[in-house]
Design a protein around this ligand. Sequence first.
Ligand SMILES: [Zn+2]
Length: 247
Amino acid sequence: MKELIRRAAEDLAAAGNVAALTGAGISVESGIPPFRGKGGLWERFDPMEFAHIDALMRDPVKVWKILVKKMKEPLDRAKPNDGHKGLAKLEAQGKLKTIITQNMDGLHQAAGNTDVIEYHGTFAWQRCMDCHKKYETRKVDISEIPPRCECGGILRPDIIFFDELIPAEAMWRSRQAATDCDLMLVVGTSAVVQPAAMIPVIAKDSGAKIVEINPERTPLTNKISDYLIMGGAGEVLNGIVAALEKI
Ligand SMILES: [Zn+2]
């Protein structure tokens, strides 16, 4: 792993424009449960019953009970881990420009990154389904479920539910970041969920190097990625930041 960490630091040192694509794997160390895969929420809960916009419309109490337990409570407790902090340091070092994340936990911003495209929206904000007023999630009163706006409308998280469209601006900006970068870090995601899965492909087609940081091989490995640094995001990014400081 050491050799690859040094290689990544050298590639970062040579790159002028770096972007990162992140997914659930980077937030696991902060106690945020993943949705997909082994141990994921969707093993126990049918996403069509809890994460579909129709489900929220049909039974907001049922969906909100799960949202509080599985999202609000873990997110209220979560703090950025070494993975998030590593990416924040790469921005502070003038290397990393933009993060495209599939996560909804706001932890990249909490770590200090300033340009974060939230592909699937954010749970840090709620909005009224009637008047669209926005509320910061941590200030929302959840003593009664579902939480309501001052107008009486039901609040919904500012996330993308199943069958909702990715915001056009997030799509457009992600494509732009992927096209413009000359190195893309893919961290904690196997990038199999469309349309986010297209982002490393766009970067690769535009001539960028793709450096993958994941605990195991993914469909990107040896196809889209130039190389995989196998390990946890925090451990690997700590190593890269330290190696980059020495260059
Ligand atoms: Zn309202």
